[in-house]
Design a protein around this ligand. Structure first.
Ligand SMILES: Cc1cc2nc3c(=O)[nH]c(=O)nc-3n(C[C@H](O)[C@H](O)[C@H](O)COP(=O)(O)O)c2cc1C
Length: 330
């Protein structure tokens, strides 16, 4: 009896949150429609692996230069590291040359990824100045060539991550989403801010809703989702096929468990030590220490003595010292 009551409650919860598996034409299936956003400097292999453990349906690497991959840049190849539990997994590429994308997606090292995502939303000045990221929103024909080049050279799931436009006067974004559909993109993710807005102002959920109504491919809504309530609101308001969470997941991987109606069985301390453990396999000591110092400031968000802990962490010279502090504060 209790078992059925719990089961029904769980089903109702998921209907309310519209938790569903996403299936794509090539047979790839996502366990659920709650995704971790690509975040340069943050969505490292350890963090992603932890997000999968907490219940994320799909995690994205940070943006990776298609050109650097083609030129065999060692540091860039190191960024392709994935952990065993990262399945399915999305690789995000940025660049501006269709032929570079075409060759990059054919590299052996890229074949382990299930989803190839094209970055058409990054507002960082260095990227935009180079004609990449959100600059592509100003040149739909070039963007089309890039999407086509990727689509024609891989049978992986192909997605595009974009913003609502370059600036407020930009009315081409809906046409942009349609272009993605015409070119055989499997899903698009939309952050409802313009490039010019950066991360300020509000996230335009009405625009995301219009995209959902305009195309028949899945649209994933992104922007300002920080807990189960905002996740539910965005899914219901926009009618999107799924959501993508960025900043709201930093130090807070429980968000994936909460959004998928599960309890997160890993304590904060276990999360941190797991993150360390995965990164130790892939990162050198310097990178490990730098990366974990950043993350620890987020993991400690709710710690009573957060200030003291973060100050001590920043002064650590070895990872053993960092782990000892974690063991005594958490
Ligand atoms: C530190 C940081 C790094 C980011 N790096 C990337 C990136 O590499 N590729 C990308 O498409 N978006 C990147 N973004 C944008 C996020 O993926 C996401 O679209 C944005 O943060 C809005 O979602 P949120 O409100 O859930 O954070 C980055 C955002 C932040 C804050």
């Amino acid at each position: 009896m209790w078992f059925f009551l719990v089961k029904i409650t769980f089903l109702l919860y998921n209907i309310c949150m519209k938790i569903k598996k996403l299936k794509f034409n090539n047979g790839t299936v996502l366990a659920n429609n709650i995704m971790l956003a690509p975040m340069a400097g943050w969505t490292d292999v350890g963090f992603r692996s932890l997000c999968y453990r907490a219940g994320a349906g799909l995690c994205f690497t940070e943006m990776i230069s298609a050109k650097a991959l083609l030129y065999g840049n060692k540091k860039t190849f190191d960024m392709l590291a994935t952990a065993e539990n990262e399945k399915p997994i999305a690789l995000q590429l940025f660049g501006k040359e269709p032929d570079v994308f075409a060759k990059a997606v054919q590299l052996d090292e890229v074949q382990k990824f299930d989803v190839i995502d094209i970055n058409m939303g990054c507002p960082a000045p260095k990227i935009v100045k180079n004609g990449e990221g959100s600059f592509l929103l100003t040149n739909i024909e070039l963007a089309r060539q890039i999407v086509r080049a990727v689509r024609q050279n891989t049978n992986k799931v192909v997605s595009v991550k974009m913003r609502k436009g370059y600036n407020e006067n930009d009315e081409s974004a809906l046409a942009f989403v349609k272009m993605c559909e015409e070119e055989g993109v499997d899903f698009v993710t939309i952050h409802g801010r313009t490039k010019v807005q950066g991360y300020s102002g509000s996230n335009d959920l009405d625009f995301i809703k219009r995209c959902v109504e305009t195309v028949s491919i899945p649209v994933i809504a992104n922007g300002d989702i920080v807990n189960k309530e905002t996740a539910e609101y965005v899914l219901n308001y926009t009618g999107a096929a799924g959501i993508m969470i960025g900043r709201g997941a930093l130090g807070n991987v429980e968000i994936f468990a909460k959004c998928t109606g599960k309890s997160c069985k890993i304590s904060k301390k276990e999360q941190i030590l797991y993150h360390f453990c995965i990164l130790e396999k892939y990162f050198n000591k310097k990178m490990l220490s730098l990366t974990m110092k950043k993350h620890l400031a987020h993991y400690a968000a709710k710690l009573a003595k957060r200030g003291e802990f973060v100050r001590k962490i920043m002064n650590c010279t070895t990872t053993d010292e960092m782990k000892n502090l974690v063991n005594s504060y958490f």
